[in-house]
Design a protein around this ligand. Structure first.
Ligand SMILES: [Zn+2]
Length: 561
């Protein structure tokens, strides 16, 4: 029968335990000196060795020939405890046995001296799951424990342990295991198992394991079928293609390209990804970049994501630590608000859109190594592919215009024949039906009223006509442009001014594509050549303006391709 690697390589002595020397040394000394406690509390995150140490301790306490504080693992006591035939040592999972009756049963049994070994040992895993009355029952035993009784309590959540219990236990804190220690162990296990594991893959696995050796070995198990376990094999076996997407999403955001970011998000969404998990991955990427920036060299222990320090530095090149921190905070706020959000997809989209405004003018970072898709910026593609503007934009555009045509985002030719009323058809159908959006029909009505026909020269209603005209050529920007809370337009001489309600909105509409489209449409509708500029402020808001966020939320279900 196949045995999982983490079981097979579970440490059998204190010396085998990886990365918890501060715990194992103390325990070995106690065994050697015979000064052991009646109650131990092992605290630490999952996979750090709490249960392994509890099992070793239960043997060391009863071993007939302990050596250097370690159990011999050969005497009848050690062997009997290991294979479960010694009934005096019991392991209880408090997650499933958390009632007062379970603890009372222990109490009734605990008074009897052990039948075949020296100490009666109860290992209680996930002890924080005990109910209130079970705690009281446990406390009664701990107050006056018989000489032969030892409790080893293990928990991931020490804050849920009552103070009365804490004060009666010797507490040992298990650290997250350092990636270097995990890596060494992985290479050792791989060698023993005849798995060809590259150094890079071992490093990647040890980062992914986030301090848990058990997770690291389970991950190695998952990859072990590959002929050579290299980084690519890890990425595909662990389903980390998502990391490349996350890096791509980040790169879109840094470029300030909401259309690209939203298109990629939509792809992930219809690929079955949960909006919150997409944002969470984005958050850990930002955090890792911050760590790579603020604690260079020594930060390997702090990295949680799939990318190494060099890759992180490349991806965040040109971004200040403050910007990264602000982005991380914004994502964190969105993630924590998500539980309450009626429409998680919309909440995630809004977060992405606002993140685009966070990185204005940032130099383009290098593409993530795992996402080598295209090295060229895509944001300006639509503008570059259209004929030269009839009216040159007033402000010079950033120099990143030239664009190889081979990379065409799907939203370039928007088949926007349909009116925006009603829900958009979803490609391939959504994985599950969207909840009914009662206000949708009314809310998705930012469409301007078409001006009365026949008087195109009149300024009255010209802006509404321009909006209708430019809609097919613009994507996300149109949503902002057409929302009168965000943007209003004024005409003065040969100049159309787009007034934006805030810097973010201005950033959204101040693009060559928008100015070109608006300029062309206005020139045609007004019958003379006009230029277009954007300005911060000066919006003439419509009566009864709701706050901007609820305005934005109207756009939750709009499709951007
Ligand atoms: Zn022994």
């Amino acid at each position: 029968m196949y045995q999982a690697l983490y079981r097979k390589y579970r440490p059998r002595t204190f010396d085998d335990v990886v990365g918890q020397e501060h715990v194992t040394q103390t325990l070995r000394r106690q065994i050697e000196s015979g000064r052991t406690s009646h109650a131990y509390l092992f605290v630490g995150t999952r996979g750090t060795g709490k249960t392994s140490c509890a099992k070793i301790l239960s043997r060391a306490l009863n071993c007939e020939h302990p050596s250097g504080g370690n159990p011999c693992n050969e005497c009848p006591a050690c062997l009997g405890i290991e294979n479960g035939t010694v009934m005096d040592v019991a392991e209880i999972d408090a997650a499933s046995n958390n009632g007062v009756d379970d603890i009372r049963a222990i109490r009734d049994e605990a008074v009897f001296t052990p039948a075949s070994v020296k100490k009666r040992v109860y290992i209680i895993d996930e002890v924080h799951m005990l109910s209130g009355s079970a705690w009281s029952a446990l406390l009664k035993i701990l107050e006056e424990p018989p000489e032969h009784l030892v409790f080893i309590l293990a928990t991931t959540e020490v804050r849920k342990i009552p103070a009365t219990i804490l004060s009666r236990c010797q507490r040992f804190s298990f650290r997250r295991i350092l990636p270097d220690d995990i890596k060494k162990r992985l290479l050792y296990v791989a060698e023993k198992e005849g798995i060809s594991l590259t150094d890079g893959a071992a490093a990647l696995l040890s980062r992914l394991a986030d301090g848990s050796l058990r997770d690291a070995l389970s991950l190695l198990d998952q990859c072990a079928s590959a002929e050579t376990v290299d980084e690519t094999a890890v990425f595909s076996a662990v389903g980390l293609a998502g990391s490349a997407d996350t890096a791509g999403l980040f790169s879109d955001l840094v470029r300030g390209s909401a259309p690209d970011a939203l298109a990629l998000f939509e792809k992930l969404y219809f690929g079955g990804r949960d909006p919150a998990s997409v944002l969470s991955e984005l958050l850990s990427l930002c955090r890792d970049m911050l760590m790579a920036r603020l604690a260079p060299g020594g930060c390997s222990a702090l990295l949680s994501g799939a990318f190494g320090e060099d890759a992180l530095k490349k991806m965040s090149a040109g971004l200040s630590a403050e910007t990264l921190a602000r982005a991380a905070r914004a994502i964190q706020d969105a993630v924590s608000g998500m539980a309450a959000a009626r429409d998680k997809r919309t909440a995630a989209e809004l977060c992405l859109i606002s993140l685009c405004g966070l990185f204005p003018g940032a130099p383009r970072p290098a593409q993530a190594p795992a996402a080598p898709a295209d090295p060229a910026p895509r944001a300006m593609a639509p503008a570059a592919r259209r004929p030269a503007p009839a009216v040159p934009p007033e402000e010079p555009e950033p120099a990143e215009e030239p664009e190889p045509p081979e990379d065409e985002p799907p939203e370039e030719e928007p088949p926007e024949e349909e009116p925006p009323e009603g829900p958009e058809p979803l490609p391939g159908g959504p994985p599950e039906p969207e909840p009914p959006r009662d206000e949708a029909p009314e809310a998705a009505q930012p469409l301007p009223q078409p001006a009365p026909p026949g008087n195109p020269g009149e300024p009255d209603g010209w802006w509404a006509r321009v909006l209708t005209d430019v809609k097919p050529a613009l994507d996300t920007a149109w949503l902002f442009l057409s929302n009168e809370t965000n943007v209003s337009a004024s005409l003065s001489g040969g100049m159309v001014t787009l007034h934006a309600s805030n810097a973010f909105i201005r950033n959204m509409v101040d693009s060559a594509a928008v100015k070109e489209a608006v300029g062309k449409a206005s020139s045609r509708i007004l019958g003379r050549s006009v230029a277009v500029k954007t300005e911060l402020g000066g919006v003439t808001p419509p009566a009864g303006t709701a706050d901007k966020l609820s305005e934005l939320e109207k756009f939750g279900n709009i499709k951007f391709e």
